[in-house]
Structure formats: C-alpha cells, structure tokens
Write a protein that binds this ligand. Structure first.
Ligand code: MN
Ligand code: MN
Ligand code: ZN
Length: 283
C-alpha cells in the first residue's frame, strides 16, 4: 500500500524524504511554499534535484502538494480571486519542478453569496488555472467537511465542477476521510461504507480519485466540523478504517496522513494501520 504523511519543509525540501522514509512512509504531502503567504522565493534547480534524488533514495513513491490555505476560488472579491488563480499556477509550476503530479486545494467558500454562485466561480477559476497548468500536474480538488460556507462537502459539488469545466482531464479528486465523514457520509458499517463509495462512483467516479487524505474525525457524522483525529481514535474508528484500508479499489491510491501530532506521531498511526491490515488476514 502507499501510505504517506504531510511533512514539514521548514528545513528545506530535500530533508523531508529522509524523515518520511525513516518512519516507514512511502509517500508524502508537502506545501511547496509557506501556506499562509502569497509569495515565496523561487525554488532553485539544485534543491529540486536533491529532493527528487532523496525521494528515490528513501523509497518515496509519490509526493503530493497541498496548496496555500489563502486560496479561495469561490470568492466574490476580485483581488482575492486573481491572487488565488495566480497562486495555483505558481504552485503548479513549483510542483512540476519537484516531480509532483497532484496539487490539492479546497474548492472554496462562497462567503454568503450562495452555493450556485460559488460553484460558478470555482469553474471559472479552474478553467483559468488549466490554461496555464504544466502538462505533468493535475489540479486536485479536495472534498471538504462543509464548515462555514465551504463548498465540496457533497459529491454533487465535485460532479458539477467536473461536468462544467473546459477540460476535466486536467483535474483529479482527493477524498479526505475525516471531511466526508463530518460532511455526513457514513464509513463505519459495511453497508454504509459501500453506499458512500457507490455514491462517489456514480457522481464523481473512481477514475478521478488520485489521493486519499487518511484522517479520523474528532467530530460526529454530519457535524460539518473539520477536526482531524489520529487513526482509530476518532468517530470513524478502527471499523471505518478497516473498510477503507481493505477496499481493493483504493489499493494503488496514495493515502496521506494529516493527523494531529504530525511526523512526531505518525508512527502511532502506522501501528494502528498495520494492526488493522493484519487483523484482516484472519477474517
Ligand atoms: Mn486540505
Ligand atoms: Mn485533507
Ligand atoms: Zn481537514
């Protein structure tokens, strides 16, 4: 399986693969720049090369990128909308330099303008990004918990975006297990899980699914609150992760931890994942 974790790049890009490899991960997620600032100094070629070399050396099969938290394509604010588009293009270029294929972002919050307004704006924004996207990078839409006015908490939103953009081949989808659970999609029971995944297949399609964010949820089903928990320690629990981890449709999809405690506590999450996978052999 491909199990990764969100890794810090505060010490530079090239050291992250070593730290990930040493705790037993074979994938990673990084920010390509400070996630709370619009601008960043350019990545130099040597550092990009070193990052790619170390990824091979430490057995990192796939690294994905998470875009800045400042990005909001659903906004009415013209300046923020333009900055969001430029930031996505800029980050896609940085991703390409680092050999990263999937640039994950949250579709956006309409801030009171309504869901159909927000979705129209997101489609317009993605179309503009796609025009300037490096050929080896995919704009990757993350499902959200639906906190505040955030869109993307229903598979219907993703489906609508995919059907309206100019070129859906440049777009992929990331399922965050905490987010969809908080948005109201059951994952714990066998039947509930199958119903959720059937809905995903019918509305979006597994062919678009390229990344899973593997997080438990500190809040209840349908709470619409985004609070991650360590694997098995939240309301999704080991039952839910058993369904996810043994789903053959997901076996080649990178699963990225974004759990509290980060790299320091990923070994605990990995232990729970291994236990669930081992138990599986005995059923
Ligand atoms: Mn995210
Ligand atoms: Mn996530
Ligand atoms: Zn989250």
């Amino acid at each position: 399986m491909i199990i990764g974790g969100h890794m810090s790049i505060s010490g530079g890009f090239s050291d992250a693969p070593r730290r990930a490899g040493e705790i037993g991960l074979n994938a990673m997620q990084i920010f390509t720049k400070n996630q709370r600032q619009w601008i960043a100094k350019p990545i130099d070629n040597d550092e990009a090369r070193e990052f790619i070399k170390n990824s091979k050396k430490y057995g990192i099969i796939e690294t994905v990128a998470h875009a800045s938290y400042l990005i909001n394509l659903a906004t009415e604010d013209v300046e923020k909308f333009e900055k969001s588009i430029n930031s996505m293009i800029h980050e896609s270029q940085r991703s390409s330099m680092l050999g990263i294929r999937y640039l994950i972002f949250h579709p956006g919050a309409h801030m009171g303008k309504g869901e159909s307004y927000g979705l129209r704006r997101i489609v317009e924004g993605i179309d503009r990004i796609i025009e300037n996207l490096p050929p080896d990078v995919y704009v990757t839409i993350e499902t959200t918990a639906g906190q505040g006015s955030n869109l993307g908490y229903k598979f219907e939103h993703i489906s609508e975006i995919l059907s309206r953009i100019s070129d859906e081949k440049r777009v992929r989808v990331c399922i965050d297990t905490c987010h969809i659970f908080a948005a109201g999609y059951e994952l714990r029971s066998r039947e509930g899980y199958e119903k959720t995944m059937e809905e995903f297949e019918n509305l979006v399609g597994f062919k678009y699914l390229s990344v899973i964010h593997l997080n438990d949820s500190e809040k209840h089903l349908g709470s619409r609150v985004d609070r991650h928990a360590q694997i098995g320690k939240g309301y999704i629990g080991e039952m839910g992760f058993k369904n996810i981890l043994r789903d053959r449709r997901l076996e080649n999809t990178p699963m990225i931890l974004e759990t509290p405690g980060g790299e320091l506590l990923y070994p605990e999450d990995i232990k729970v994942i291994k236990k669930i996978l081992e138990d599986d052999h005995h059923d």
